[in-house]
Design a protein around this ligand. Sequence first.
Ligand code: GSH
Length: 205
Amino acid sequence: MIDLYTWSTPNGRKVSIALEEMGLAYEIHPINIGKDEQFSPAFLKISPNNKIPAIIDRDNGQSVFESAAILMYLGDKTGKLYPSEAKARIRIHEWLMWQMSAIGPFLGRAHYFLKFNEGKAPFADAWFAAEAQRLYGVLDRLLADQLQSISDPEYHQSWNRMAQSARQRGQGFWWAPGQLTPDRAPDLATGLGMAPNSGQPMPPQ
Ligand SMILES: N[C@@H](CCC(=O)N[C@@H](CS)C(=O)NCC(=O)O)C(=O)O
């Protein structure tokens, strides 16, 4: 059983998706970052950088913070989605580090400047907009070259599993709009089913 300390944000969802895909039992402990719950002394003990997500593995008491470290831990624990041979891990590590060092922080800052502070720092606006554009280009090429198409039935099955599991938990932490079909995929691709203001959990369906 995994205790998942999280909130409804992209970094939190990375771990929810992995837990679902790996078929691990888990319990969600919401950390409302809009109410500064990430600064509570109890949470800081497992996530000293005051950010979600973090986990505790009840099987051995191990705590892990940083989403990529959690993904690697869960991959090693289950043997799923994460090969054990060093060579096979190279590509995974490359893109994982790229996500953590580029996509995550740069798109986050682009959002900060362009959505919340537009016009206050024109140099930062222009720089982060250009960098976001460049990173999306890199992602586009990766998706075109390497990843399964969004219309792949397997992809939809995994979203359906997540939606079903959210309904069973009745926590409304995931937006569970019912059986997903390929024609609804664009909604998920753009918003991952998130509430318009990310950070606000969707009401239970
Ligand atoms: N590098 C971290 C980033 C985590 C992160 O930025 N978490 C945000 C929500 S997505 C957070 O907890 N923010 C609260 C704060 O900064 O106080 C990871 O990948 O886990």
